[in-house]
Design a protein around this ligand. Structure first.
Ligand SMILES: [Zn+2]
Length: 52
């Protein structure tokens, strides 16, 4: 039986973070160690980089 525990270990999508996290979502679509910090930061960054 293949244990997918290690497959759920990911690295944060934010390069400046570098944290490893455990994806607990069923779809494994989580990209950041924390949606509130890195997720929000990534989204805010995207917003501010957007040209007028
Ligand atoms: Zn992070």
């Amino acid at each position: 039986m293949i244990d997918d525990t290690w497959a759920r270990f990911k690295c944060c999508a934010l390069p400046t973070c570098g944290w490893a996290y455990y994806d607990t979502t069923k779809s494994r679509t989580k990209r950041w160690c924390s949606m509130r910090t890195c997720g929000a930061r990534s989204k805010a960054r995207r917003y501010y980089e957007r040209p007028r």
